[in-house]
Ligand binder design. Structure first.
Ligand SMILES: *Cc1c(COP(=O)(O)O)cnc(C)c1O
Length: 452
């Protein structure tokens, strides 16, 4: 019989009063494997911390979403939101599945071209497109989604000078009953600005208005808001048909569907409060089908879903650097990853699981990152089994935005690996190193050395 692991003595604070309405906690289970790959092996082969992506989960999420929409409305096209996760390997999974590219900067635009996405399957969103960016998009016959009047006039001038034609849409912002309203992007529906932009575009011979776009927010907890948004886009489309006898090729409802992460301050777990993809699909498709748009003129429905397709398809594996007591007696655990890698820790309570067997003693603790920075907190208060230096943990649902919004501050960014459909692992992004950083630095002669 093997020896039992040593368990140190401890003093536990007993909480009197009512129990949490969900009863005692039962959610703990060590996560020793990601799919079939042992966490220990990931750390040994790729180091800690390390992002791990599941190809299988991405494909499944995509196929489930397509099914939810296509079974209700056959003319559906997804466009992968690059900024949510623009690793080439991830983008190419979506492109292999049939997704177009949705980009919000020239950097992302070039990344999509570099991934082999045909220009006419790139949707160019965002408020900052230079004249040169617009020209490139025009030459590639991309879908240009105009954000404001300055962009509209710049594009008009450019097209008039070059005698080229562009396929355009406008981004429309509107009141969907969810506040604060996202009115900083696009043209407003209620005050007539959107209609004004449409009439300007229709008067330009070089611009063809092919669609209407909106992206009403992110992590939207209301499916009904999408019904409202779709209704307002349909209303504009019907008015365009009435005034110019022109039917639009597509309505683009943007992204923003919630992922199963739990928002800070939410009493219930994310998975228990978010609408399902079917709920969103039902709200959008039934609104379009029930609108006054004629059956044979129904537009293609484009979706730019980001976080809901990728958040639960990645984990962050990390290790405990140290444990300590704070002056108020609370337990603190310091991890080798912080908000530099987990930007989303600012608004999500990420689920963290120990990656090895543990004793049954749990304690409320703070999870800190390794940065010398007070705001580097992964969880303000989380009840976890006691972790020891060197233990590994797995942070769940980190696939959206972390690998694009991460920051290089006092530490290098780590490796990102993917587990393929056969359970094999591949590096999809190398860890950065001192050389990575020095490559961009220059030392003027007089600052090239010192003599201490
Ligand atoms: C960020 C973004 C998306 C994706 O949003 P999610 O909330 O991740 O689904 C889609 N469209 C536009 C225009 C965006 O800026």
């Amino acid at each position: 019989m093997s020896n039992l692991t040593y368990e140190r003595p401890f003093i536990q604070k007993l909480n009197t009063g009512t129990m949490n309405k969900f009863g005692t906690r039962t959610e703990y289970a060590p996560v020793t494997h990601l799919e079939s790959v042992p966490v220990k092996r990931i750390v040994a082969d790729y180091g800690s911390p390390c992002f791990v992506i599941s190809e299988r989960q991405i494909r499944k999420n995509y196929q489930d979403a397509v099914r939810a929409f296509k079974t209700r409305y056959p003319k559906v096209q997804f466009a992968w939101s690059y900024k949510t996760n623009y690793l080439d390997a991830v983008c190419n999974i979506f492109h292999q599945e049939g997704s177009w590219a949705e980009v919000v900067s020239i950097f992302e635009y070039r990344k999509a071209l570099n991934n082999g996405v045909p220009g006419n399957k790139i949707i160019f969103n965002g408020p900052d497109k230079s004249a040169a960016d617009l020209e490139l998009a025009v030459d590639n016959n991309s879908l240009i989604h105009i954000d404001h009047f300055d962009e509209l006039y710049e594009l008009a001038a450019l097209l008039q000078a070059s005698k080229k034609k562009a396929r355009v849409a406008i981004r429309v912002n509107m009141d969907t009953g969810v506040y604060p309203m996202w009115d900083r992007f696009g043209f407003n529906y209620e005050n007539g600005q959107a209609w004004n932009a449409i009439t300007k575009i229709m008067s330009q011979q070089e611009m063809e208005l092919v669609g209407l776009h909106c992206h009403i927010g992110t992590y939207m907890l209301s499916a009904a808001a999408y019904g409202t948004a779709a209704w307002k886009l349909c209303d504009l489309a019907v008015n365009i048909k009435t005034k110019w006898n022109k039917s639009l090729q597509y309505l683009d409802l943007g992204g923003g569907f919630a992922s199963a992460n739990t928002l800070k301050g939410s009493y219930l777990q994310g998975a228990d409060v978010i609408p399902s993809i079917d709920d969103y699909a039902e709200a959008i498709t039934s609104t379009i089908l029930n609108s006054a748009i004629r059956q044979n003129e129904l537009p293609m429905l484009i979706l730019e879903t980001g976080r809901a397709l990728v958040d639960d398809a990645a984990w962050l594996v990390g290790s405990v650097v140290a444990t300590k007591r704070l002056s108020d007696g609370r337990r603190a655990t310091i991890m080798d990853f912080g908000v530099n890698l987990l930007f989303t820790a600012f608004w999500y309570n990420h689920k963290v699981s120990p990656a090895q067997e543990f004793s049954h003693h749990t304690e409320d603790m703070v999870l800190y990152g390794p940065l010398c920075m007070n705001i580097d907190v992964i969880r303000d208060s989380v009840n976890l089994p006691l972790l020891n230096k060197g233990d590994h943990v797995v942070v769940h649902k980190v696939g959206a935005y972390n690998m694009t919004q991460w920051m290089q501050f006092i530490q290098m960014r780590p490796k990102i690996i993917i587990i393929d459909m056969e359970g094999k692992t591949h590096i999809v992004r190398e860890s950065e190193s001192l050389e990575t950083m020095l490559r961009y630095e220059k030392r003027p002669d007089h600052l090239s050395q010192s003599s201490l």
